[in-house]
Design a protein around this ligand. Structure first.
Ligand SMILES: [Zn+2]
Length: 634
């Protein structure tokens, strides 16, 4: 009993400190892009609950140790520690804000102004209260009731109501859909459709696309009865923009989700919603938060809650009730991680699922789902940190002194010094192992669905959301638009297909959604920009584009893309949008993109520049798209 009472005494001021810290971090939400109010309210509550959870655990050993002390002394020492902590937090935030102000002094930081006003209001309120009410003058700390009634309680109540509304909404949605399917008139049988997107899988590292290592033996075999598109490119090299393109058939400029941290695309103009409205049972299994259908903003197209195989919040039960950090909530987590590393941020929030678990969940869905269904599967493999089960480790990667470099880690993102190439090669070997692991899991999944859907009366699409670079001094993905980063696999087994074929011709991620619709017998809406692909017709080469935007620094969103690339027949042009630097390659003669022809082939360059300008003019749809190529005359 004594320890319990002491635990309450110890925990109370820490809870106040937690609420204070949390309130400071709310600035990240106020000052950034718009999310629906309900979404960021849920974020705020989830983060607060997670903080409280950890602080209560943190106080437990302190209370146990303090049990050996005199109670008053323990309380006094504890309060001193809390005060010191509050001072450190305040100082750290103050420095951080000064830095932010200095960095963006030309912009009005709405969040900061709001916070200063709120802090001033709070100080006046506390001062008045102290004058009018006799309170414990020994302590300068607000009471537990103050903390809760002023800041935490309204949010906690709001969150509980919100979670209730969401759960009820999900139940109503499922009910409505069940009724809709029951009364669906019997039409010709429509095929089930499975879309598998592998994260960061580049074509050149697959034996199917010519890699000398046999990394994808099972996909090689499986594709003998499928159409392999040899020249497929993703339209962006970051996960959320690329996934949004795959699931909408819109190019990045049109759907507007240009960077990872921008607000999600929220519109019913998407593939999921179309299929659901036409009687398909739509669901998803995802293994990485960036590809979560919920976080992509496409939740309204689902017929049931998506299955996730990653851990998202420390209190992950919140996720099963639909509470996900939005991009702004994610930033709050990141901000807090700078101060609360010891509490387990952000490791507890960004786990990803393994292919084995993801595909097992997908198999379970295929067994139980209503027909016809559309299932989206997002595989985290072979994305960094290139983790695989031990039996796969060491097949290609050999630990040596040369590649053990502390300067670079497997999740390094960006440019590296030439001297670090051995370490980068080591990660590329691990990447190949991750592909092999995924390929083996896919074989199990393919066998399972053959059993469930004999006669091959289903469509299966396999692709990557973007590639991965281990060359040219750039590791990971984003920024660069060389073939390593953009060229992805695209394999489609059309319903009842038994003959395989390999087709040349440029295709892009935006072509996937129209292809799905054509197989489902649904008319293409005008807002889709890709074109439907056929099992044995070579796609007519059309100008295909990919774009990259820098991720924002702090909370400033770049409206300028890093680079734009355009492919036209055998040539490829890359434009650095900020500097206007242009590189031109002839991929047929120089697949390694080593000879820049921008100075020596002026006619080709001019032609392809013009086609880029016309593509950009078409895509920007009235919005001005800032890229140096647009400003150049001629
Ligand atoms: Zn990705």
């Amino acid at each position: 009993m004594r320890v319990l009472g002491l635990y309450k005494d110890i925990a109370s001021p820490w809870i106040c400190a937690t609420v204070y810290l949390w309130a400071l971090e709310l600035r990240a939400v106020i000052s950034t892009d718009s999310e629906p109010v309900t979404a960021w309210l849920a974020d705020c509550a989830a983060i607060l609950l997670t903080l409280l959870f950890w602080i209560l655990i943190f106080c437990l050993p302190i209370a146990l140790v303090a049990g050996f002390m005199e109670r008053a002394r323990a309380r006094y020492l504890n309060k001193l520690a809390v005060k010191a902590c509050l001072i450190v937090i305040t100082a750290l935030y103050f420095v951080r804000w000064l830095f932010t102000l200095q960095l963006y002094s030309d912009e009005h930081d709405v969040g900061l102004i709001a916070l200063v006003i709120a802090a001033a209001g709070l100080a006046i309120w506390a001062f008045q209260r102290r004058r009018t009410r006799a309170i414990d003058l020994e302590s300068n700390l607000p009471s537990l009731e103050d903390c809760f009634s002023f800041a935490a309680l309204p949010i906690v109540i709001g969150a509980v109501v919100l979670i209730g509304v969401r759960v009820a909404g999900d139940a109503a949605l499922a009910q409505k859909h069940a009724t809709a399917v029951a009364f669906e008139p019997k039409r010709e049988v429509r095929p089930n459709i499975i879309l598998i997107v592998s994260d960061a899988l580049r074509a050149r590292s697959m034996s199917l696309y010519g890699h000398t290592r046999v990394t994808t033996p099972n996909l090689d075999r499986w594709s003998e009865a499928a159409t392999v598109f040899l020249d497929a490119h993703s339209n962006s090299t970051r996960t959320p923009p690329s996934m949004t393109t795959i699931l909408t058939g819109k190019l990045p400029w049109s759907h507007g989700r240009l960077t990872k941290v921008q607000p999600s695309y929220r519109s019913d103009e998407n593939l999921l919603r179309l299929l659901r409205d036409h009687g398909y049972f739509v669901s998803a299994v995802t293994s990485n938060e960036d590809a979560s259908i919920n976080l992509l903003g496409l939740r309204s197209g689902l017929s049931e809650k998506e299955t996730t195989t990653f851990e998202h919040l420390t209190l992950s039960w919140l996720r099963s009730h639909g509470v996900y950090p939005t991009p702004t909530g994610g930033r709050m987590y990141q901000g807090l991680s700078r101060f609360l590393w010891f509490l387990g941020y952000p490791g507890h929030t960004s786990f990803y699922g393994f292919a084995g678990d993801t595909l097992k969940a997908a198999s379970d869905f295929v067994i139980r789902a209503k027909r016809p269904f559309f299932l989206i599967i997002h595989l985290h493999e072979p994305h960094d940190p290139y983790d695989v089960p031990l039996s796969f480790r060491g097949r290609y990667s050999i630990q040596s002194a040369a590649n053990k470099r502390p300067e670079i880690s497997s999740d390094h993102y960006g440019h590296y010094e030439a001297a670090l190439q051995p370490a980068v090669d080591f990660y590329r070997d691990q990447y190949d192992e991750a592909i092999q692991y995924m390929d083996e899991q896919l074989a199990i999944f393919f066998r399972e669905i053959e059993k469930q859907m004999p006669g091959r009366d289903y469509m299966l699409i396999f692709t990557g959301d973007h590639g991965e670079s281990f060359e040219r001094g750039f590791m990971n993905h984003g920024e660069e638009l060389f073939e390593s980063s953009t060229r992805v696999p695209l394999l489609i087994r059309f319903p009842k297909q038994t003959q395989g074929t390999k087709l040349p011709g440029l295709v892009q991620s935006a072509d996937i959604a129209p292809t799905v619709l054509s197989v489902a017998g649904i008319d293409l809406p005008r807002w889709m920009e890709g074109r439907a692909l056929h099992p044995d017709k070579t796609p007519q080469s059309e100008a295909t584009v990919a774009v990259n935007f820098k991720d924002p620094v702090g909370q400033k969103t770049f409206d300028l893309p890093t680079k734009v690339a355009i492919w036209s027949k055998s040539h490829k042009l890359i434009v650095a949008c900020d500097t206007g630097r242009v590189s031109l390659y002839n991929l047929a003669a120089d697949p390694g993109e080593s000879i820049d022809l921008s100075g020596t082939a002026p006619t080709v360059r001019k032609d392809i520049e013009n086609s880029l300008k016309s593509v950009l003019a078409k895509q920007s749809r009235g919005r001005s798209f800032p890229c140096a190529i647009n400003d150049r005359s001629g």
